[in-house]
Design a binder for this molecule. Structure first.
Ligand SMILES: Cc1cc2nc3c(=O)[nH]c(=O)nc-3n(C[C@H](O)[C@H](O)[C@H](O)COP(=O)(O)O)c2cc1C
Length: 175
């Protein structure tokens, strides 16, 4: 069955948007109607969608505040349709921290918000030191050192598992 799907994202360096674009592409290839919005530009009536997907990345332990505000302000409408939420972060590069039940940010997120999306996913993001400010680069180096990741500032590594993104698109179609 064809459905109308809305995707809302927040991104800083573009990886969450890249995942959203991949989802949109696969969904459209499967004859779904898809609208993609950044959280800053979304002004639609949520209930005009059959399914709404919200994607956000983690920065210093938290998802974008606007995403959290949006969810809290619209829980009733969100609960009236099928929904999915996905988080993008670097801790998820570790297989043992890549599920909603094991990723610390996602576990904490759902402890602080009274919303149960139909599907929850976690995707590993991208490490790209050259994009970061001096302060951020130092902080990410520290985080990487503590979690045994690359600290070489030439490192540019996309950890996102695109097969998992494809599977997510498949689940969204069946939803
Ligand atoms: C300033 C900064 C802080 C970050 N903080 C975290 C963090 O606390 N935990 C984590 O797992 N990843 C962290 N990341 C990694 C991002 O979640 C990852 O790079 C992701 O791909 C960013 O997605 P975006 O480009 O859509 O914003 C951080 C990245 C930056 C640049």
């Amino acid at each position: 069955m064809n459905s109308k799907i809305g995707i809302i994202y927040s991104t800083v360096d573009g990886q969450t948007l890249k995942i959203c674009n991949k989802l949109k592409e696969v969904l459209q290839q499967n004859n779904q109607e898809v609208d993609l919005f950044s959280i800053d530009e979304f002004r639609e009536d949520i209930t005009k969608y059959d399914k709404l997907i919200i994607g956000a990345s983690i920065r210093y332990g938290v998802h974008n505040a606007k995403i959290i505000e949006f969810i809290k302000a619209n829980i009733t409408q969100l609960d009236s349709i099928k929904t999915a939420f996905f988080s993008v972060n670097l801790v998820a590069r570790k297989p043992e921290k890549s599920d909603p039940e094991t990723n610390p940010y996602v576990v904490k997120f759902f402890q602080t918000i009274n919303w149960k999306p139909t599907i929850v996913k976690v995707f590993a993001g991208k490490l790209d030191y050259k994009k970061y400010s001096f302060f951020d680069r130092k902080m990410i180096q520290l985080i990487m050192w503590m979690t045994k990741g690359p600290t070489n500032t030439d490192a540019e590594i996309e950890y996102t598992n695109w097969e998992k993104v494809n599977e997510f698109a498949g689940e969204l179609i069946k939803l």
